[in-house]
Design a protein around this ligand. Structure first.
Ligand SMILES: Cc1cc2nc3c(=O)[nH]c(=O)nc-3n(C[C@H](O)[C@H](O)[C@H](O)COP(=O)(O)OP(=O)(O)OC[C@H]3O[C@@H](n4cnc5c(N)ncnc54)[C@H](O)[C@@H]3O)c2cc1C
Length: 569
């Protein structure tokens, strides 16, 4: 055995672990990624439940289109290819509406559809914002929201002077009023979106994408979650796993070493400093101790990092309690995938849904805001399996193969994923297996509802159905406690920008040399490459990384002068 020693050891090879590995390897550091599964990518996974049919058990849309990482890590050079969608979204109601909302590349189809169903000149606030900001403006706003490192703890900023509000005022002065800052996204929808199904659609979309729409003072972060999808307006060719591949290729090309089937059992701490990791005995790698000269980076969630991997003796009891108290709840996703021969024809509506502009995601049913409130109540307050009536089962039904024929053979379609909001297993009042006990009934009810919305979704048209509950996802992918996607946050103690644990406020930890790069850290979840990009600023500040001139920092980065090596204390 020889001494396995690297500058940087990364625990977990999901997209966050692989991305920070690529960044640091590009800085010339020796980097090792340890991944417990046989393949990297984490939640950025596609599986062929039937040969030739690619389903999405977790991530589905490219929320990261505004990330500097595409350019900085040269992902196109490493095989990343995007498929853009003529129409991103549609909605259907129980009472016969099936509207195509178009998207960034086809706004007119959405406006025409809205005109038809509302009978008036449509008001689509999000569409108007997108059109007024233009592509560069939207990218700048999203970067200010998500690809900006958290400020140092002693830096106070008025909410209206947060980077995103500054950019908003600059880009959209005609829409700016002080009142926006205190609003929730629901307040905003109530005031600016007159058509109820569109309001319900927007509320669901925000819930699926980030800060919960009922959260006061979070109107723009909540809207920003939906803009992340709108800006991407597509997904990687072949599915999200191909994006993970491009990152891993970039990491390897820059010299990183990736070791799979290597579950980390412990982060080794000596004299208050993280110096390496210990692999579990079952790990296939022969050497079980891997040393880190400069840093260990945990790319698995906050709870696993401190409650499992770092020994309690290295942390204050009060810190451990704070980690235990962090709430990771916020709804989790029940995922169905359906192979069919014909696309759903919602209420037989084919003139707004021709194949060439078929919406890649249809939210249905969204008759009224009551549907949204009912489901929020089921997931957050009742915390158990939803009632199996239509108002409790709004679905997000994705059909990528309309635009990306690599997803399945000719003559078929894959509706994957079809998402439903349910409570995460840890918060289910009937126990972690609560949803699993009801999975067959939920599936049956969801398919019946689909048939009611689109009568052709029956009989021979349905070829196969697959499902994974949040509990299944958690076993499948140990990075995801709660089987969760951690995009949806509903309160301060889940939004890491609000520093629920001040000691972890800038990806640093009470253990010297141990940093966080996971989807539970600010801003978390779906804004791909945001955590690694933001963390890079801190690693540069701490004298660990020294990038070449390919690197550009966030214009909103606020250095912690006390932390910068050599700065006077
Ligand atoms: C149902 C669902 C839908 C989603 N939809 C989208 C979407 O449309 N778009 C989007 O961008 N994102 C989506 N996401 C979120 C996205 O999947 C996560 O944000 C992303 O996977 C987080 O990446 P990560 O690297 O932090 O963690 P993970 O992807 O969880 O990766 C962590 C990795 O660490 C490994 N690991 C865990 N413990 C250890 C250990 N002890 N030792 C070694 N390795 C370990 C795991 O095997 C895993 O590979 C969705 C997630 C879910 C669950």
């Amino acid at each position: 055995m020889h001494d396995e020693r690297f500058d940087i050891v990364v625990v977990g090879g999901g997209h966050n672990g692989s991305t920070i590995a690529a960044y640091l390897a590009k800085c010339g550091l020796s980097v090792c990624v340890l991944e417990e599964r046989s393949e990297c990518g984490g939640g950025q996974e596609n599986t062929e439940a039937r040969p030739g049919f690619r389903i999405d058990p977790h991530a589905t849309y490219l929320y990261g289109a505004a990330a500097p990482g595409f350019e900085q890590l040269e992902l196109a050079k490493y095989g990343f290819r995007m498929v853009y969608y003529e129409s991103m979204a549609g909605l259907a109601t129980l009472d016969g509406v099936a509207a195509n909302l178009g998207g960034r590349f086809n706004r007119e189809v959405g406006l025409e559809s809205l005109r038809r169903f509302t009978g008036t000149e449509p008001v689509d606030a999000e569409g108007i914002f997108m059109a007024s900001m233009g592509d560069d403006g939207m990218r700048d706003l999203l970067r200010a929201l998500f690809w900006t490192p958290p400020f140092p703890s002693d830096y106070e900023v008025e909410p209206k002077d947060a980077p995103w509000w500054k950019v908003f005022r600059q880009l959209l002065p005609q829409f700016w009023t002080d009142r926006l800052v205190d609003m929730s996204f629901i307040d905003f929808l109530d005031e600016f979106v007159p058509w109820e199904p569109l309001r319900a659609f927007e509320a669901f979309a925000a819930w699926y994408c980030g800060a919960h729409p009922s959260w006061d003072g979070m109107m723009l972060p909540s809207l920003g979650g939906t803009l992340l999808v709108g800006f991407g307006s597509g997904s990687p060719r072949g599915g999200m796993h191909t994006y993970a591949h491009a990152i891993i290729r970039s990491a390897i090309a820059n010299g990183a070493r990736i070791i799979t089937n290597a579950q980390v059992g412990e982060i080794i701490v000596k004299d208050g400093r993280a110096v390496g990791v210990q692999l579990n005995d079952e790990a296939s790698f022969p050497e079980k101790t891997i040393w880190a000269n400069k840093a260990v980076i945990s790319a698995v969630d906050v709870k696993q990092t401190f409650l499992k991997l770092v020994g309690k003796s290295h942390m204050d009891a009060s810190f451990v309690q704070k980690v235990k108290d962090v709430s990771l709840k916020g709804g989790s996703l029940f995922v169905l995938s359906v192979i069919c021969r014909e696309l759903p024809k919602y209420h037989g509506n084919s003139d707004f849904f021709p194949d060439s502009v078929y919406p890649s995601c249809v939210a249905a049913p969204v008759d009224s805001m009551e549907f949204f409130h009912t489901q929020t109540r089921d997931a957050y307050s009742s915390k158990k399996a939803p009632e199996l009536t239509p108002e409790h089962l709004t679905m997000m039904i994705c059909t990528h193969d309309v635009y990306d024929r690599t997803r399945c053979p000719e003559g078929y379609h894959v509706l994957s994923p079809i998402y439903l909001e349910v409570p995460p297993p840890q918060y289910d009042v009937t126990g972690p297996e609560g949803i699993n006990r009801h999975k067959d009934e939920i599936t049956k009810a969801a398919l019946e509802l689909l048939k009611r919305l689109a009568p052709n979704m029956s009989g021979d048209n349905i070829v196969d159905v697959f499902l994974n509950t949040p509990y299944d996802s958690e076993f499948r992918n140990a990075g995801m406690s709660g089987g969760n996607w951690y995009g949806a946050r509903q309160s301060e103690d889940q939004w890491f920008g609000s520093r629920p644990i001040p000691e972890l406020g800038r990806y640093k930890t009470p253990i010297e040399g141990l940093y966080l790069c996971n989807h539970t850290s600010h801003p978390g979840g779906l804004c791909l490459m945001a955590v690694p990009y933001n963390l890079m600023h801190i690693l540069i500040e701490d004298g660990i990384a020294n990038p070449g001139n390919w690197w550009y920092p966030s214009p909103w980065y606020m250095p912690d002068t006390k932390a910068i090596k050599g700065a006077s204390k």
